[in-house]
Structure formats: C-alpha cells, structure tokens
Design a protein around this ligand. Structure first.
Ligand SMILES: [Fe+2]
Length: 181
C-alpha cells in the first residue's frame, strides 16, 4: 500500500521478539509538547480531536544494531539513520498524536509492535484548511516508510500505548530513501 510521496508499506520481514519497547529508563531525544499550528487547525476542523505530548527516546544499542541489518547496504552508504523509540499514551478516546511535521527528521522507517488499530493520516493544506490525502493502519510486524516532512497525525487507541521503533533520516529525503527500499 502506498500514498505517493507520503507513505509506503515496506517489504521488510523482521523478527519481532525481544526488543526493549518500554521507554521508561531510556534517554530522551526530543520532547514535543507544544501545540503546533497544524494541531490547532485540526482541533478547529474536527470534533473529538485532542492532543497528547510526544517524547522520543534512544533505544538500546543492541536493538538498533539488530534492526539495521534489515536496511540495504547501499542506503546505509548514503546515511546511517538513528533509531528512535516512542511510547505514546492516550489520555481519552479523543487522543491523537497531533498533526505536525517532525522538523527534526525528513523521513522515517517505522517498525510497529503490539498495535491496536491506530490510524496514521496525512494532510495537505488548502487555504488554511487541512485536507486528508491518505491514511493507513499498520499492524504488528510491519515496516512502513513515512515522509515526516509532510503533515501527519496518529489516532491513538485508548487505553493502549502506541509503541514503535523508527529509523530517522535527518539529511536524506523520503523520495531518495524510498528508491532503495
Ligand atoms: Fe511525526
């Protein structure tokens, strides 16, 4: 499944057992706790839309090394991405990882674990209105390439904590990374 220029399901089969997905005790990389202008628009446009803060963490080195093996060597010759871990905790049935562009990375290869029907959506803006261009629901054991330089959000699945590990490309854009996958 693909939404051209925004996201793509990858043909990567990975071993899903034994990673440290619980971020308690891991070092913090970034805290995203400000309501973005995109989240403000989403809350004006959609009812039942609430935002929760997001923090990214540094996973265990052994987990990073293990997942790096699934990426093509010629992609790693361009950029060796950093693995980031996320635990996002919903507070109620309206909770979203709110609409945003990452700012800290251009794209990401996400590995999903213990999913509960969370939905990732992508948007473009037209005269200050958010227009949804596509959505996907990733399942446990799937890897997806996401363009984090476009507006996206995640509808969480209360009360389940969203857990993922993702390789962050800070310098190589989505279109380039996509060519190698
Ligand atoms: Fe993001």
């Amino acid at each position: 499944m693909e939404c051209k220029g925004y996201f793509r399901k990858l043909d990567i089969k990975f071993d899903t057992d034994g990673y440290t997905l619980d971020c308690a005790g891991l070092d913090v990389i970034h805290v995203y706790d400000k309501t973005t202008k995109y989240a403000q628009r989403a809350m004006r446009q959609y009812k039942d839309y609430g935002d929760v803060p997001v923090t990214t963490y540094r996973p265990l080195q052994e987990d990073e090394s293990r997942l790096l093996q699934y990426l093509p060597k010629d992609l790693l010759d361009i950029e060796v991405p950093e693995l980031w871990a996320m635990n996002i905790t919903p507070v109620d049935d309206k909770s979203y990882l709110p609409a945003h562009k990452d700012g800290t990375r251009l794209c990401s290869i996400n590995f999903y674990f213990d999913t509960h029907g969370e939905v990732t959506s992508y948007y473009r803006t037209n005269a200050n209105i958010l227009e949804r261009v596509g959505s996907f629901c990733a399942n446990h054991g799937e890897a997806w390439l996401l363009n984090s330089d476009e507006i996206h959000d995640v509808k969480l699945s209360n009360p389940h904590i969203r857990k993922s590990l993702g390789f962050s490309f800070k310098n190589t854009p989505y279109e380039v990374v996509s060519r190698y996958l």
